[in-house]
Design a protein around this ligand. Structure first.
Ligand SMILES: [Zn+2]
Ligand SMILES: [Zn+2]
Ligand SMILES: [Zn+2]
Ligand SMILES: [Zn+2]
Ligand SMILES: [Zn+2]
Length: 717
């Protein structure tokens, strides 16, 4: 039961604060700024917090709008309740949600233009800035994507990271220890501080027969391994393409790999769920290796070779969806002078690459950076960048086939033109060149293209699923408890709405918050809440707005106990106390009580009218006419007296009402509800009204004046 204490009702919590902070904010946007053509953002002054009404396109008659969306919609309904509770002396502390600072809260709206265009956006802003109820009007700027930067000090000298858009890719996934990458090379230094913990030592093998899968004298394998997976964000040295991944050392020789060792490494990888194998080597073609490749369930990323030749090395040149041949690029987008270029699927950084070498080692052909780190060059360095990105792709979508991995690497690359030698016929043509168009690796686009969930990092222990990149999912969708090494705690509002091909949805117990309409229109797919006997009240009351069947720990909820609750401005329903799904829904009926609230600062007499579900609306007082000369004007509903009723409306049934307030569309909707007339009748009145009433907007008066049926009312003398 809501207490009655109209005198304590606060329309404005702090008039002074409000006036001082609500200076109109104008920032000059220009046509050259980057913003969307179809929308703009406005914030309203503090007064709008206390009018408890929704806004529609009719509230902005000076511009042609398709829609008005309140971005602060959810928050504002909480603010509204908080203000009402404050006014009625009800403590907000029982509320599970934290209290919102009303003084700093402002309502934010997105306005969608009927006629898109950057000029139209700027013109609309100019018009809206003249209104004193609008605090700011701004373009819908287009920003940059979220990035994640590691704290490894030497990462600033890894030019390949930004070049491949890895900081964007890492925001979606920085890798996972559940993805295995085989390094078929000269062995890895397992004691390197930037590789410790990344290597599966049990699975590592020496296929060259020496019985030692680790680094002996050739640092090549350690450098390659660091590019794929040196530990990221450990405040040490460099970061790999993957901050976190499982590396397996598959030694195929110290100085020179043998065909037997390479075939054995591929076969071993296949048998041990290593789905990404890096082969930074070339060797003579053998049927043994060809057969091993044909049986491999994964991708083998191969260096194209360093002989400045159109002919690429073996096995890079094998035509097979499992083989990705990689050429080398320098930081200026050119082919590294040594790189082969013929059968190359993808180009990646291979010139001047900083990575790990065993501490204390000072190998030739490597340029020292610091102890344990050095630069070197080669298609051997380009291949592990690609292998690393394939591992990132598998971390967001483990079910990708070799063909899908290769296709997505190539289709999401950037096209660049590189120059290659083109020896002519005549001796004097020896230094002729030609340009070829090739594909340059883009880690972000490749990962995004295969990621199932679009996520946002809210904290080191909180991932929010925003949506599915507009992709249609089919069948069973299992939301993982972890994404990007953080627990999935939040499913955003509308996250899976309109996924009409789903047959089952599984939600892990890590998810503690689900927004409104998260599973709206999802084919009535059963929703399984794992490890829960009830839905927590941090699930929005409209989380399951389409009423999908809900299974709690495998048991179908039969909604035996319910509570009548307000759903939104127009509806209430019986909410299941167990799974928080509405069982039945109907329109509010605001006839339980009408509490006089006095006169608002705008001079309009208002009262609150309540529904039995507890929902209330603030509506202007109305008084039925005619009444006798000399009568005081008494609100028909709350009984409070008011003066200066300037506005009158006549309903189709002949009844007329007066009010202090101009009868806007939204107000009338509330009035119609209030007037105990049937829904059909209300709809009739509303449709008649919206099609026949014209509004003339006068900015200097800053109010909506009626021009037809609704007339200015002069009280009888
Ligand atoms: Zn590191
Ligand atoms: Zn239920
Ligand atoms: Zn209700
Ligand atoms: Zn009233
Ligand atoms: Zn009168």
């Amino acid at each position: 039961m809501v207490g009655k204490n109209p005198k304590a009702y606060a329309f404005v919590t702090d008039q002074n604060t409000g006036n001082e902070t609500d200076v109109i904010i104008t920032r000059k946007a220009t046509i050259d700024d980057n913003f969307t053509e179809d929308a703009l953002l406005i914030t309203l002054t503090q007064d709008a917090i206390f009018n408890f009404r929704q806004y529609s396109t009719l509230d902005f008659p000076e511009i042609n709008l398709v829609s008005v969306t309140e971005i602060t919609d959810e928050l504002y309904s909480r603010v509204e309740q908080q203000i009402r509770n404050d006014a009625n002396g009800i403590s907000n502390k029982t509320n599970s949600e934290s209290k919102i600072d009303v003084d700093s809260f402002r309502r934010i709206f997105k306005l969608e233009l009927l006629e898109p265009g950057k000029e139209n956006v700027l013109k609309a802003i100019e018009l809206l800035e003249k209104r004193d109820d609008i605090r700011s009007a701004e373009p819908n700027y287009i920003g940059e994507f979220s990035t994640l930067s590691p704290n490894d000090p030497a990462s600033i000298d890894q030019w390949a990271l930004n070049y491949l858009q890895l900081p964007n890719a890492w925001y979606l996934s920085a890798g996972s220890s559940t993805v295995r990458v085989g390094i078929a090379d000269s062995g890895i230094d397992r004691n390197h501080p930037d590789l410790v913990g990344r290597i599966n030592e049990t699975l590592s093998r020496d296929h060259s027969g020496g019985g030692n899968p680790w680094f002996t004298t050739n640092v090549h394998g350690t450098h390659v391994a660091g590019i794929v997976g040196a530990t990221g964000n450990n405040s040490l040295g460099i970061t790999g393409v993957n901050w976190n991944v499982e590396l397996v050392s598959l030694k195929v020789g110290n100085q020179e790999p043998t065909a037997a060792a390479v075939a054995a490494a591929i076969t071993f990888a296949n048998a041990n769920e290593i789905r990404v194998l890096n082969l930074s080597l070339s060797i003579n073609e053998t049927q043994a290796i060809n057969d091993a490749i044909n049986a491999f369930d994964g991708v083998i990323v191969c260096a194209a070779g360093n002989s400045t030749s159109e002919t690429v090395g073996y096995p890079a040149r094998v035509n097979n969806p499992r083989i990705i041949s990689v050429g080398s690029l320098d930081s200026d987008n050119s082919r590294s002078s040594f790189s082969n270029w013929g059968k190359v699927e993808i180009w990646a950084p291979g010139g001047n690459i900083l990575s790990t070498i065993p501490e204390g080692a000072t190998p030739t052909d490597y340029r020292r950076y610091s102890d344990g780190y050095a630069y070197t060059d080669g298609t051997s360095m380009a291949a592990p960048h690609v292998a690393g990105v394939v591992a990132l792709m598998l971390s967001v979508n483990p079910n990708l086939t070799p063909q899908q991995l290769q296709t997505n690497i190539i289709n999401n690359a950037n096209t660049i033109t590189i120059t290659v030698p083109d020896p002519g016929f005549w001796p004097w043509e020896w230094n002729r060149t030609r340009d070829i168009v090739v594909q340059k690796l883009n880690a972000y686009e490749a990962v995004k293209a295969v990621a199932i969930f679009n996520t946002r990092i809210l904290a080191n222990d909180t991932i929010e699923i925003i949506d599915t990149f507009d992709r249609q999912l089919t069948g069973i969708i299992e939301i993982p408890p972890f994404l990007n090494n953080r627990p999935v705690k939040i499913i955003s509002h509308l996250a899976f709405s309109n996924q009409t091909q789903l047959t089952q949805i599984t939600i892990p117990s890590s998810v503690t918050t689900i927004g409104n309409n998260a599973f709206q229109n999802t084919n009535n797919a059963p929703i399984y809440l794992e490890g829960r006997t009830s839905a927590p009240n941090t699930f929005d009351i409209n989380w399951n707005s389409s009423g999908n069947p809900v299974y709690l720990n495998g048991n179908l909820c039969t909604h035996t106990s319910t509570t009548l609750m307000s759903i939104n401005y127009t509806q209430h329903g019986h909410l299941c106390n167990t799974c928080r799904t509405f069982v039945s829904e109907s329109n509010h009926n605001h006839n339980v009580e009408h509490i006089p609230l006095g006169t608002a600062p705008s001079g309009i007499a208002v009262h609150s009218s309540y529904c039995r579900c507890g929902h209330s609306v603030t509506v202007p007082c109305v008084s039925k006419i005619p009444h006798l000369p000399g009568d005081t004007v008494i609100c028909t509903y709350c009984g409070q007296e008011f003066t200066n009723p300037l506005f009158m409306i006549t309903l189709p049934n002949g009844e007329s009402f007066v009010s202090n307030a101009p009868f806007t569309y939204d107000m009338f909707k509330q009035l119609a509800e209030h007037l105990e007339i049937s829904n059909e009748y209300a709809d009739f009145v509303l449709s008649t009204r919206s099609s026949t009433i014209d509004y003339e907007y006068d900015i200097s008066l800053a109010s909506i004046l009626p021009s037809r049926k609704e007339t200015l009312y002069e009280c009888c003398e």
